[in-house]
Design a protein around this ligand. Structure first.
Ligand SMILES: [Zn+2]
Ligand SMILES: [Zn+2]
Ligand SMILES: [Zn+2]
Ligand SMILES: [Zn+2]
Ligand SMILES: [Zn+2]
Ligand SMILES: [Zn+2]
Length: 208
């Protein structure tokens, strides 16, 4: 009978009692088999408190109610809206509502809308309504694309007459493999189905 019990323990499973804490202020647990006496233990079975903020920091702490172990975690700051700090400058600041951490950023301009400077030219400018900053850009007002020969397209600016061009091929890709001076060459040929345009690019070179 005893032998049969040991047999069960060895080849099937033990009949453990419930896990129990052994010492008052430690988080160490223990159990034993009621049949064969085999012992097992495990550690770090803490009983955690709720997460709590530490004073005025963006860090939370939890404590084990048995052993006093602690764990901390960092939290995201609680940012309010950005605010301008000086009347005629474009610098903004904000302070975390919990820990007072400061962040600042520059060049947050309040731009007017883009406006052309002269009648026939295509330069636009804008100014910041807070500080002295100004910006410029080129902005043509194009007609729609017109098709030319050999897949060329062009368009004109209706303000200044500037001509803009591009090629607009319809490419078909084919891969070629051939042997040259004992080396295998891999190439991709892209050719346009509407004009004579062709471009050849090596894919990889291996030796045979
Ligand atoms: Zn057992
Ligand atoms: Zn503990
Ligand atoms: Zn904070
Ligand atoms: Zn500004
Ligand atoms: Zn223009
Ligand atoms: Zn073409």
């Amino acid at each position: 009978m005893n032998f049969y019990k040991l047999f069960i323990c060895k080849f099937r499973n033990h009949q453990f009692n419930d896990w129990e804490y052994v010492y008052d202020h430690k988080c160490f647990q223990y159990r034993h088999c009621l049949r064969c006496g085999e012992e097992e233990s495990r550690d770090n079975l803490h009983i955690w408190s709720q997460w709590k903020y530490i004073n005025s920091e963006c860090v939370q702490l939890k404590t084990c109610l048995r052993c006093g172990a602690e764990e901390k975690r960092k939290l995201d700051h609680n940012w309010p809206e950005w605010k301008y700090i000086y009347t005629n400058q474009c610098v903004q600041e904000r302070f975390c509502l919990r820990c007072s951490e400061k962040e600042s950023r520059e060049n947050i301009h309040k731009w007017t809308t883009w406006k052309y400077i002269t009648q026939k030219k295509c330069i636009q400018s804008r100014t910041c309504t807070r500080c002295e900053a100004t910006g410029q850009r080129e902005m043509h007002q194009y007609s729609s694309w017109i098709s030319g020969v050999n897949c060329h397209q062009y368009r004109f600016c209706e303000r200044c007459g500037f001509k803009d061009e591009q090629e607009n091929h319809e490419l078909i890709s084919t891969e070629y493999t051939y042997i040259e001076s004992g080396h295998t060459i891999y190439e991709r040929h892209d050719h346009c189905k509407n004009c004579g345009y062709r471009i050849i690019s090596p894919i990889a070179i291996g030796s045979s």
